[in-house]
Design a protein around this ligand. Structure first.
Ligand code: BES
Ligand code: ZN
Length: 913
């Protein structure tokens, strides 16, 4: 399998100004005619020093049957081109502008890859990012070629009354034999990956939106007949996103129409095709009866994310796929800011940090670790990773933290004005930020230069994989109130990158005094006046100080502190100001103090997480730490009774770290993680805390209940805390709570129903069985909801788990062609520690067989799933051997390029996982 390299990037030899398509849809195939208007690219020819023309023209094309090929109206002789399995080469195109015309036949009905044109439940739909357009017609299909699209769609009227594509519908009408047509014209030049087409029977919700400048936009949301009642939330979310982008970024929508279509069969969450977003139906259809609070918030943020791409992705697109984070990292940053503004910055930040640590940190320390801007790949679909997205967003966030809101926004404005209408690079983005910073730094009168940094060094965040570790040693001199910090940074090696360089780390810190009061952070040599609070966002910790750590080693002296025997507590990485790990020994007492008093919500939560990790780890090794658990219980009791904390904050502060984080904590403590033991330890800690805090928990549960009937976003904190209490008290065997959790499944709130199921999930008892059956009976006709049932069943940690999973795969309502169902069952199994990681290795072998089988139908979904094997080296000898043998069996199967690449990365020797 060959790699694509960033270093090999060359401008396209021919520019493409227009892509005109005629797509004829039939009951068992489709015909596509394309007219592509090319002209030699002067820039490319200069770069190569070649003449004005003569370069061959490569047109990508996969699974197409070529029926005719012409240039300027003349059929091409067979010697004039070479047809290969992945495209065709025109050997000597004209030296002047020319039109290439092709006709191909394709088979959307049997297309299970869900790339290109395919059929989902009778609906014709497309997915072109990253390289799906080449499955529709022969085309250069590269993101740096922006052309104007005009598309004529023809189909049978009865089965396809609705015909949609990008831009504006400029004509439509009847044809012979019960057929009809529509012509769509998109005035904005775009890369082929943003093309979309939908045809089928759809109902729509329509609303008008008036932009800030007074233009009227028709918003249309298309769903399967019968689902219209579930579209209100998505539509309202879209309006909020459009308004927010106007108000915060000054960016307005640019077309007269905005369409969203929901489809059942979809590899990803959603896709930002110009003016025709296509969504996984689970991310559209929702109300509080069929979706949980978490799902409602997720839907709002994904709708926003795809909408925000209209500027950061569509108007300004990516030059090549190595720049993927340019649009994805930035757009994730924007959707996170949107959710923070709407629902509270602190809670949103904690949730995102938790996701980052459980997914991205894991990826970054394993065999598939790669930089935010990779320099080579085999299958581009494998690079839609948490590193590109979540770490990419963290990199943008660090720029925001270092520059401040005002300068960051000036940089954004520069970026948009420079690159609108073109394909840009990550370097272009950073350059715009650097230019804005230079202006701001020049303007600044007094040189408070502590936040200045070197952009060239900052860019290492784009090129270096791995999670940096900040090692901190402290020296406290109580007699003069001085705290010395010795800070060292290092990044562990990752595949292909054995040696790392120092990065620019924005470190926000604070000091908490013995009475819980915030203390000023005053650096040596500073007068106390300047050591005031810096201009940091108001929702964060008091007296926070931003420091820039850009050297491998730094020594700092913090002065003017109270002269006491005990040092003040050190609150580090407030706001989670950089995507790094901290390595410093903080005694339990200090963490308990921070958990009680830290004014920075993130650092406060993190103190609790560290304590919880220690407690789980100790239990997993059969040495439960009674004193630690008692202190933790006391601290949690005070938190639960604290009227100044929201119920949502209480729930977050008490939530246990995820399984990947527990495994990582075990590894950091020098052990080989034992997933079933960690899983059981977490559950037994819940049981212990559920017993120790019984009275307080039940009081809180009662207080929460009064808010249960409020509809999202109201009451969500109360529901969330109730769910946690249900889980803890069910673990402790509380019969009344178990009955309440069971009854929630029949109630009016999907959030409570799912919390009820989750609380019962660990227990092989009649109430769990009854709850599961009731849920199934109630929702069996709604596939999206049934997927959550499939996931719960697949992750039940008792009984013969593999036999249960096998039955689910044979279940009449299981759809092997729907990635949602596949992920529910096989993803559920992968998250089922006792079953997947069973010592006999049967879980691994079962999974390997399923992945090989899935790979034949849907390589994109299969290769994502194959990453469940990536940690094999981190486990103990026997488990590692079992996992390795399952991987080796998988490697011997006939695999797609996508899955082949992942398996090969997992098995590679150069692997520091
Ligand atoms: N452009 C992507 C979707 C995509 C990527 C589709 C690759 C097909 C192949 C879209 O903007 C996206 O990022 N979607 C995310 C959700 C988002 C909120 C992070 C997804 O689909 O998971
Ligand atoms: Zn995106």
């Amino acid at each position: 399998m060959s790699s694509v390299r960033l270093a090999d990037y060359r401008p396209a030899p021919y520019l493409l100004s227009r892509t005109d398509l005629t797509v004829r849809l039939y009951g068992d195939h489709a015909l596509v005619e394309a007219q592509l208007r090319f002209a030699p690219n002067p820039a490319a020819n200069e770069a190569d020093g070649a003449g004005a023309s003569g370069e061959p023209l490569w047109l990508a094309g996969i699974a197409l049957t070529l029926e005719s090929l012409q240039i300027d109206g003349l059929t091409l002789a067979s010697e004039a081109y070479a047809l290969e399995s992945e495209g065709l080469m025109i050997k000597a195109p004209p030296a002047a502008p020319f039109v290439l015309q092709s006709r191909v036949r394709i088979e959307p009905h049997s297309n299970t890859t869900l790339e290109g044109l395919y059929v989902s439940g009778g609906l014709f739909t497309t997915q072109c990012e990253a390289e799906g357009f080449r499955r529709i017609t022969f085309h250069p299909d590269r993101p740096d070629l922006l052309s104007r699209f005009r598309v004529r769609i023809e189909a049978e009227h009865s089965s396809c009354p609705v015909l949609l594509s990008n831009g504006n519908c400029i004509d439509s009408g009847p044809l012979d034999q019960g057929r009809h047509y529509a012509i769509w014209d998109d005035p904005f030049p775009k890369p082929s990956y943003l093309f979309a087409l939908v045809a089928g029977v759809l109902e729509e919700r329509r609303e008008l939106f008036t932009t800030a400048s007074g233009r009227s936009v028709q918003l249309r949301l298309h769903v399967e007949p019968g689902d219209l009642t579930y579209t209100e939330h998505a539509m309202a979310s879209l309006r909020r996103a459009m308004r927010w982008d106007e108000q915060r970024y000054g960016l307005e929508y640019d077309l007269d129409e905005y369409n969203i279509v929901a489809v059942r069969h979809f590899n990803m969450g959603a896709m930002e095709n110009k003016s025709l977003n296509i969504f996984n139906s689970k991310l559209v259809l929702a109300d509080h009866e069929i979706a949980t609070d978490e799902e409602l918030e997720r839907i709002e943020s994904v709708i926003a994310h795809e909408y925000f791409h209209n500027w950061t992705g569509n108007r300004i697109t990516c030059r090549d796929w190595f720049q993927l984070s340019l649009k994805e990292g930035l757009t994730v940053f924007r959707d996170q800011s949107f959710t923070s503004d709407l629902h509270g910055a602190a809670i949103n930040r904690i949730e995102n940090v938790s996701i980052l640590r459980n997914t991205q940190f894991r990826e970054d320390s394993g065999p598939t670790a790669h930089p935010v801007q990779p320099d080579a790949y085999q299958a581009i679909d494998n690079f839609y990773t948490t590193t590109i997205y979540e770490k990419g967003s963290e990199v943008i966030r660090m720029l925001h933290t270092l520059l401040g809101e005002e300068t960051f926004m000036r940089g954004m404005t520069l970026y948009v004005s420079r690159h609108d209408g073109s394909a840009a690079t990550c370097d272009d983005f950073v350059r715009a930020m650097e230019d804005a910073a230079t202006l701001a730094w020049d303007e600044a009168q007094e040189s408070s230069d502590s936040c200045r940094f070197d952009f060239a060094q900052f860019k290492r965040w784009y090129h270096q994989a791995g999670t940096p570790v900040l090692q901190i040693q402290r020296n406290w001199d109580g007699s003069c109130g001085e705290l010395e910090l010795h800070i060292r940074q290092h990044t562990p090696p990752t595949p292909g990158q054995p040696h790392k360089q120092a990065v620019v780390i924005p470190l926000v810190l604070g000091l908490v005094g013995q009475g819980g009061e915030p203390l000023p952070v005053q650096l040596e040599g500073e007068d106390p006046e300047t050591a005031q609070e810096q201009d940091l966002p108001p929702s964060w910790g008091r007296r926070s100080r931003l420091l820039v750590i850009d050297q491998p080693e730094v020594q700092l002296r913090l002065c003017g502190l109270p002269k006491q025997h005990h040092p003040p507590a050190l609150s580090l990485l407030r706001q989670f100001s950089a995507p790094i790990k901290l390595d410093l020994g903080r005694p339990v007492a200090e963490l308990v103090h921070l958990l009680a008093h830290d004014s920075d919500p993130l650092a406060r939560w993190d103190a609790g997480q560290l304590l919880l990790k220690r407690a789980v780890l100790a239990r997993s090794q059969g040495q439960h730490d009674a004193q630690l658990e008692e202190e933790l219980g006391d601290a949690f009791g005070r938190i639960l009774n604290d009227p100044s904390l929201s119920q949502a904050s209480k729930a977050l502060l008490l939530s246990l770290p995820g399984q990947p984080e527990l495994e990582d904590a075990a590894q950091q403590a020098g052990h080989k993680p034992d997933p079933p033991a960690l899983f059981a330890a977490a559950q037994s800690l819940r049981q212990r805390l559920g017993q120790a805090l019984a009275t307080t928990l039940l009081q809180q549960l009662e207080a929460c209940q009064t808010e249960w009937t409020q509809s999202w976003p109201h009451g969500q904190g109360d529901r969330r805390l109730s769910g946690l209490i249900w889980a803890w008290r069910s673990a402790a065997g509380d019969a009344a709570v178990i009955a309440q959790a069971r009854a929630a499944v029949d109630g009016a709130s999907m959030t409570l129903a799912r919390y009820g199921l989750a609380a019962l999930q660990h227990h092989d008892r009649p109430e769990r069985q009854a709850a599961s059956e009731a849920f199934y009976a109630r929702w069996q006709h709604r596939p999206v909801i049934l997927d959550s049932w499939f996931a719960l069943e697949a992750s039940a940690p008792f009984g013969d788990g593999l036999a249960r999973v096998q039955r689910l795969l044979e279940h009449p309502r299981y759809d092997p062609n729907a990635p949602n169902s596949v992920r529910a069952v096989l993803g559920g199994l992968a998250g089922n520690a006792p079953v997947f990681h069973a010592a006999d290795g049967n879980g691994y072998r079962f999974m390997a067989r399923q992945i090989a089988d899935l790979d034949g139908r849907n390589p994109i979904t299969a290769s994502r799933l194959a990453k469940v094997f990536s940690r094999w080296r981190s486990y103990g000898t026997e488990r590692a051997a079992q996992m390795h043998s399952a991987l080796s069996t998988l490697a011997q199967a006939e695999l797609s390029a996508n899955t082949g690449e992942v398996v090969q990365q997992c098995l590679a020797e150069d692997n520091h996982g």
